[in-house]
Write a new protein. Structure first.
Length: 413
């Protein structure tokens, strides 16, 4: 009886040992893995800094009393002797005036659309191109968080779609039904409107309907005489803002400057006369084309960099002291985790998953950034090698974590 019991115990132990050995063998053969998909990555090499924007600014006349209603958008061109604002006696009168302007603009839209039907000369091909172009402008504006002209672009897109509809079905929209209530409302507002005064500019330039207190803190004409400490005081808020009496200003010169202070080692990365993109805002709100027009002498280990700009819109018109990046280089690449890097036959690469098989793919590391490495795209790798090969490709599943992995080895998925 005892002998039979021992046989059972030994048998169970043997079965257990076989099971453990089998488990270990299977565990080593099939390795559970974690993967990440390869996508295109737009990388940049940039200098992070803080900037001060210097413009040729003149304060515009403000009314002694009453409410000023601006007639131009921020960053919009203003000619000499043109009207830039209307002075109303009260807030209610200003609101009536703005409602009238909005109704007049809406009526003008319907008149233009109605003319499309009357002339019957719509070029469908041209309309399609303009519609697509406007739609892409809207996408760019949203992507760049540039919302200044977004409403106008949306109205333009709507008009292009309506024009196409009218070309196909001329009677699909009754313009008289749409304009009748607008004309009635406009007549009511005109009857209740009071006298207004106009304000004109003695100069031409770009209109801005606010001031920030930094107007003329630095001399625009004295840009060549500026020193590091002049700009540093402004960037560190050591200079009090000037209290401006008016609420509007004019940017008189289409050329304006972006100033920043860099340590001499960082400044050496820049080339005077070079063209750069300044990415403005902590979230890369705006991309500003600029040329490095001056790189000052070393002062206490620092240099003053002066960038020249000549583009203007509602977003650029409001810039003053901002976080920014000077983009030195931009390139397409793949971004993979450093933990995925392996070496096989003296070639650096990664293992990618093909069904349940791990396959080695070569990579060319551009640089390391934290826990990731930037590597060349397959297209760039092919150009460098001059021939096809087992290179990492877009949408490959890169093995970033595995207990054990080898080339053409089976893995658990």
């Amino acid at each position: 009886m005892r002998k039979r019991k021992n046989i059972i115990i030994y048998g169970a132990a043997a079965i257990l040992a076989v099971a453990v050995i089998a488990f270990v063998l299977i565990w080593n053969y099939y390795s559970a893995v974690t993967t990440e998909t390869v996508y295109n990555h737009r990388a940049q090499t940039a200098i992070e800094t803080k900037i001060f924007v210097l413009r040729d600014e003149t304060l515009l006349k403000s009314p002694d009393r009453g409410i000023l209603v601006p007639l131009l958008k921020n960053g919009e061109k203003l000619a000499k002797n043109d009207v830039y604002g209307i002075v109303c006696g009260s807030t209610d009168e200003a609101e009536v005036y703005m409602q009238k302007k909005a109704l007049e603009a809406e009526l003008k839209r319907y008149v233009n659309l109605g003319n499309t039907v009357n002339t019957n000369t719509l070029d469908i091909s041209r309309n399609t191109k303009e519609t697509d172009s406007t739609f892409l402008q809207i996408l760019d504006a949203v992507s760049n968080r540039s919302f200044g002209s977004l409403k106008e672009s949306l109205n333009t897109l709507e008009d292009k779609i309506i024009e196409r509809q009218l070309a196909i079905e001329p009677d699909s929209i009754n313009f008289e039904e749409r304009t009748a209530p607008l004309n009635e409302k406009l007549a009511q507002l005109s009857a209740s409107a009071s006298h207004t005064d106009s304000l004109t500019s003695n100069f031409s330039g770009y209109f801005v309907n606010y001031t920030d207190g930094f107007e003329n803190t630095l001399s625009y004409d004295g840009i060549k005489q500026l020193k590091v400490q002049d700009v540093e005081k402004l960037l560190s808020n050591e200079v009090e803002q000037i209290k401006t009496p008016g609420g509007s200003k004019l940017i008189r010169n289409h050329i304006w400057y972006v100033l920043t202070v860099l340590d001499s080692k960082t400044a050496a990365k820049l080339e005077q006369g070079g063209k750069y993109i300044l990415s403005v805002g902590k979230k890369d709100n705006f991309r500003l084309p600029a040329m490095l027009t001056s790189l000052g002498e070393v002062e206490d280990g620092k240099r003053l960099a002066v960038f020249e700009c000549n583009e203007m819109n509602s977003d650029f018109a409001g810039l003053r002291i901002e976080d920014a990046k000077i983009i030195l280089d931009e390139f397409n690449c793949y971004r993979i985790r450093t933990s995925a890097l392996r070496t096989l036959d003296e070639n650096q690469g990664v293992y990618v998953l093909r069904s349940n098989v791990s396959v080695f793919r070569r990579v060319f590391v551009i640089e390391t950034r934290g826990n990731y490495v930037l590597v060349k795209t397959r297209e760039d790798f092919l150009k460098a090698e001059g021939k096809d090969g087992a290179f990492l490709n877009l949408y490959d599943e890169v093995i970033v974590k595995a207990r054990r992995v080898k080339n053409k080895g089976m893995v658990q998925i």
